[in-house]
Design a protein around this ligand. Structure first.
Ligand code: NAD
Length: 307
């Protein structure tokens, strides 16, 4: 693993080899349906073992039955105790005793009470922030646990003995585009890049990497049929869940990929359905680069960690 350096956008057209994933253990939160299921199917096809953390017991158990090498563990990511159990069981059932990859995929999208106008004559009720609870609180719990296990396995002194580990956070087009009428969802998805930016320079110490996958519209259960019909009706092309699965395998296979956010764009914009828009560095902007350097130099050093 290398310390963070910007080496330009990832060449997503380059072939990759999944041999290093064989026998490794991954956790995928929100893995019982939709994109999470696609990540799991891709990981299993590459020979990895996968723990599925999801509150959907019926679908999670069905996947466990269908796919050898998977284990379903009921989990609501917004509950710390649930995630603690998910990671403990994943480590204890892992053939290597280790957790190599964590995909913080669980996420919801609901009508946003921050945006909705209650009307002049209404008392204002406290808005429901469930999207923040699942998408940000849940991901931060996942991040803390992933980091804990990665450090426990690898120590904090960079060496060639450290085994590659990787945290993958799930963003969205809403992590970098203007998406009207959804301030909570947008905040929660920009937050994924915020977490990645904060960790990508220190993950190196414990032999780890952190990246983001940002999918464009993919037909899953996250939006209603009506909402997806509207997307189609205005001529917008969808991205494919299988391409998101391949994007995950590319990130995990190539240990030089750290600190990137890859857009699962659909085939309209990229031959394999995903591309690096290279939005996460300030290429060619010397003032921003200078400010960034000062920020890294001046960031508070934490208690005993990563000194
Ligand atoms: N589908 C899209 O168009 C799209 C686009 C961009 C980003 N995403 C992101 O991809 C991720 C997966 O979305 P999807 O489209 O597959 O949605 P989905 O609704 O089809 O599946 C989400 C899964 O998460 C689970 N889940 C819900 N609440 C949970 C919780 N509290 N704890 C654990 N699991 C929970 C659900 O049971 C389900 O299995 C989300 O983070 C979403 O924001 C989706």
């Amino acid at each position: 693993m290398q310390n963070y350096t910007h080496i330009g956008p990832v060449d997503c057209d380059k072939p990759f080899n999944v041999k290093n994933l064989k026998g490794k253990t991954a956790i995928v939160t929100g893995g019982a349906n939709g994109l999470g299921e696609a990540y799991i199917r891709a990981l299993v096809a590459a020979g990895a073992n996968v723990c599925i953390g999801d509150p959907d017991v019926e679908k999670g158990s069905r996947l466990e039955e269908e796919l050898p090498g998977t284990k379903f563990i009921p989990c609501d990511v917004s509950k710390w105790d649930d995630q603690l159990r998910l990671f403990r069981e994943a480590a204890s059932s892992s053939p290597t005793g280790k957790i190599s990859y964590v995909v913080a995929n669980a996420g919801i999208h609901r009508q946003d009470e921050i945006f909705l106008n209650s009307g002049d004559d209404q008392e204002l009720d406290e808005p429901n922030l469930a999207t923040i609870d699942v998408n940000i609180r849940g991901t931060l719990y996942t991040t803390k646990l992933a980091t804990h296990y990665f450090i426990k396995q690898n120590g904090q002194k960079p060496s060639s003995e450290q085994e590659d580990t990787c945290l993958v956070l799930i963003g969205s087009g809403a992590a970098f585009l203007d998406c009207p009428r959804a301030p909570q969802y947008c905040a929660s998805k920009w937050a994924m890049r915020g977490i990645m930016h904060s960790l990508r320079r220190t993950a190196f110490y414990y032999g780890s990497r952190v990246n983001v996958i940002s999918p464009w519209y993919v037909k899953t259960n996250i939006l209603s049929d009506e909402a997806f019909a509207h997307v189609s009706s205005v001529g917008v092309q969808f991205a494919e869940a299988e391409d998101a699965g391949q994007c995950l395998l590319m990130i995990l296979s190539d240990t030089s990929i750290n600190g990137h956010a890859i857009f699962v764009s659909g085939r309209k914009w990229a031959s394999k359905g995903y591309m690096d828009l290279d939005l996460d560095d300030h290429l060619g902007n010397s003032i921003l680069n200078e400010i960034q350097e000062d920020q890294v130099k001046s960031a508070p050093v934490s208690l005993g960690l990563f000194v």
